[in-house]
Design a protein around this ligand. Sequence first.
Ligand SMILES: Cc1cc2nc3c(=O)[nH]c(=O)nc-3n(C[C@H](O)[C@H](O)[C@H](O)COP(=O)(O)OP(=O)(O)OC[C@H]3O[C@@H](n4cnc5c(N)ncnc54)[C@H](O)[C@@H]3O)c2cc1C
Length: 405
Amino acid sequence: MGLQIENRTIVVGGGPVGLITALALVRKGVPVLVLEAETKPIQDPRGAAFHPPTLEVLEGLGVLDDLMAIGLKIPVWQIRNRDGGIIAEFDLGILKDHTAYPYRFHLGQQKVVPILLAALAREPLAQVRFGVRVTGYAEHQDGVVVTCEDDAGAAGEFSGRWLVGADGARSAVRKAAEIEFEGFTWPERFVVTNLADDLGAYGFAFTNYVTDPDRWAVVLRLEDEQGAPNWRVTYPTDPGLTDEQVLDPASVQERLVDVISGAETLHVRYCGIYRVHQRVAAQFRKGRVMLVGDAAHINNPLGGFGLNSGVQDAANLAEKLAEVWHGRADDGLLDRYDRQRRTSNIEFVQKASIRNKKMVEERDPEVRQKSQAELGAIARDPVRALGHLLESSMINSARSVAAIE
Ligand SMILES: Cc1cc2nc3c(=O)[nH]c(=O)nc-3n(C[C@H](O)[C@H](O)[C@H](O)COP(=O)(O)OP(=O)(O)OC[C@H]3O[C@@H](n4cnc5c(N)ncnc54)[C@H](O)[C@@H]3O)c2cc1C
């Protein structure tokens, strides 16, 4: 007698990308089981910036109104010097003929996840289980059997027709599939801080890239759990310092007042440190397994592309997997998911995030001056500014993906 495989797709990882994959699949009539290792959603401050093509995906899933009700529309972003001088300012309003969402949208992913869970709870085809850590899988002719352990360490198994690894940068699914995570790790780590101060009083827009060879920063306006202003400042560490030295409150304070020109003391609500990589999985599909989100690719946060790219993976994969599920296409269509999303990540996300990092930290004064003058000129010329924003808002990359066969 053959192995009994449950008629469903298993999504490993209940982060934003796994939940969006699940929601997109059930909306297309594909039953889904989500397995999440933690007993409740992760609360750490992480991805928070959404670009227009991602907002279009969220609108299509019917969750955008709920997200918009608690997030911030960001019409303008700036590139600045550490002394407070503005190098370039871009107004996303000029994208209005290209998208229904001519702005960035800021909302911490820890606030996005509960809205996705609520949407899934209304779907009879969706099941989400917390406290189930996937440890591996075996592929059979008709499906997969994943092995897992619960919080108490007890082993278990779940079966399904297809397996989606949405289990983040250290993906157990990717490792079990023996898929290389190709790329490199930057020597410096990044510090993420949340501040209670109003940085608008120091002239900051709601999104800012502050340039400097060693002390560059990204400054974003978010909101806290109660809807009060919360500013996130991200900056690089000196690779020679230990985590303890970097996170020493006096050191954090010194770095922050250095970048927030004019401030004397800042009020730090949260401070964390993390490693930053540029890596892309060698395959996004292997047999009955597909990778999405951070399981498939990771990059530095300059430009806010990581989470956006993951959401776009989810939408792309769900569309194709549903066609295969319902027998309207053969499984070769899933290779197109690999070609489209892997190419897009390599050609756009990896290159653009590395270019943005290089731009903010340029050391050569001549190159630096030239690049800043060029950015200022682009921002002042409406035609060039439109081209720049179509690129940096991921609209061009979303369009070019569709053309990949
Ligand atoms: C400190 C930090 C700051 C960041 N800042 C930004 C930013 O400013 N802009 C941006 O675009 N991106 C940012 N990112 C990246 C962004 O957070 C990720 O791109 C995003 O979280 C990807 O979502 P995901 O659902 O793919 O993965 P995750 O959010 O990592 O979710 C993966 C889920 O899988 C679960 N899981 C893991 N292993 C298993 C297992 N074996 N079994 C079952 N479940 C498992 C995890 O518990 C988690 O819930 C940041 C990341 C970090 C760490």
